[in-house]
Design a protein around this ligand. Structure first.
Ligand SMILES: Nc1ncnc2c1ncn2[C@@H]1O[C@H](COP(=O)(O)OP(=O)(O)OP(=O)(O)O)[C@@H](O)[C@H]1O
Ligand SMILES: [Mg+2]
Length: 337
């Protein structure tokens, strides 16, 4: 049995549209109008023990919705899921004791209490043994470098410190499954890195299953071997991170260095990404890389040549960026017609 299983998990949100004025209100009584958003559409995947999975997709794709269903905060419209063998929305206590959901946009700690006391309350709620609790919190706070902040009121902590406390709070009961919804959002580069390192160490030491959403590609690249991409509620890709580049990037980047400097116009060889007197970077369709490289070497005095894949971040951005641009184009045309 997989640790997490989702089969045809679907969530349709209904939002009632109110029409203005009394007539609208009366009309609404007779004939309710609503909008439907298919936030998750037959989402199917399995995650095995110890996996660290990145959950990606543009804004509004349905990531938080799926995580909420897997955490039992939302009932699905249809479909099935099991987390550690439990149906999440049945909200069994045995499951609650074995998983955690951390939402970077929300805070779970008591605002007016020192972090330590807030954690104590959670200890009581989960019924964790005192000795065990002290050991776990001690270890985590050291790893996250917040031992000297444990007695500061949560409201007075910096954003990064608060997020670290949230992480400790999410881990005090030593869950086997961890859902992280944008745990590094808004953090400065240094704190982001610290949290990332922590997650990497924690995952490898505890073999805990982690699902992570983040808009920072570096989080995903450093932590996740596997990524699931969701777009408009539907799974769009599920596989190793590297495969995204293979499958979706039609281009490679050729970099050239010149010993003597040149002002040559390279636009006939490919799309010029950047150029200095001593170097140029060209985006070239995959199938033409060899031929183009050969021509370039014939054509100019080159001291170094290098062919690379496109950065994953660019590939994903262009995937969604292009699609959204097409859509906007279509909407504009429909409107004009
Ligand atoms: N309670 C709700 N009622 C109605 N619509 C909702 C509700 N929650 C989310 N939605 C809609 O469902 C869709 C998916 O939202 P969701 O929050 O799951 O996306 P997301 O992938 O987490 O996006 P982001 O990257 O911005 O966090 C969006 O179109 C959103 O507007
Ligand atoms: Mg979200």
């Amino acid at each position: 049995m997989s640790t997490i299983e989702a089969r045809d998990l679907t969530k349709v949100y209904r939002t009632y549209r109110k029409e203005s004025g009394l007539r609208g209100a009366i009309k609404g009584l007779v004939h309710r109008r609503y909008d439907e958003t298919r936030a998750a559409d037959h989402v199917t995947f399995q995650i095995e023990e110890g996996e660290f999975v990145g959950f990606l997709g543009p804004n509004g794709a349905g990531k938080t919705t799926v995580l909420k269903m897997l955490s039992g905060l939302l009932n699905p419209t249809s479909g099935e899921a099991r987390v550690l063998g439990f149906v999440p929305w049945e909200r069994k206590n045995e499951m609650k004791r074995q998983f955690s959901l951390l939402m970077g946009q929300k805070n779970a700690l008591w605002w007016d209490l020192p972090a330590q006391e807030s954690l104590e309350l959670n200890r009581a709620i989960y019924g964790i043994d005192r000795k065990r609790f002290r050991k776990v919190v001690g270890g985590l706070s050291e790893l996250l470098e917040v031992t000297d902040k444990m007695n500061v009121m949560v409201r007075e902590l910096s954003l990064g410190e608060r997020m670290k406390m949230e992480l400790i709070s999410a881990l005090i009961h030593e869950p086997r499954v961890l859902f992280l919804d944008e745990p590094t959002i808004g953090l400065d580069v240094v704190s982001q890195k610290r949290v990332r390192e922590f997650l990497r160490i924690y995952n490898s030491e505890h073999r805990i299953v982690t699902m992570l959403t983040s808009h920072y590609m570096q989080d995903i690249a450093e932590l996740c071997d596997r990524v699931i991409i969701i777009d408009r509620g539907a799974i769009f890709f599920d596989g190793p991170l590297d495969e995204i580049v293979d499958r979706f990037s039609g281009d490679k980047v050729i970099s050239l260095s010149f010993p003597d400097g040149t002002q040559h116009d390279f636009s006939s060889f490919g799309e010029v990404v950047s150029q200095t007197p001593v170097s140029v970077q060209l985006k070239v369709p995959r199938a033409q890389v060899t031929e183009t490289a050969r021509k370039l070497l014939q054509h100019c005095n080159v001291s170094d040549i290098n062919v690379q894949e496109m950065p994953i971040e660019d590939v994903i951005r262009s995937l969604f960026g292009e699609r959204h641009a097409q859509e906007m184009d279509r909407t504009a045309k429909t409107r004009a017609a």
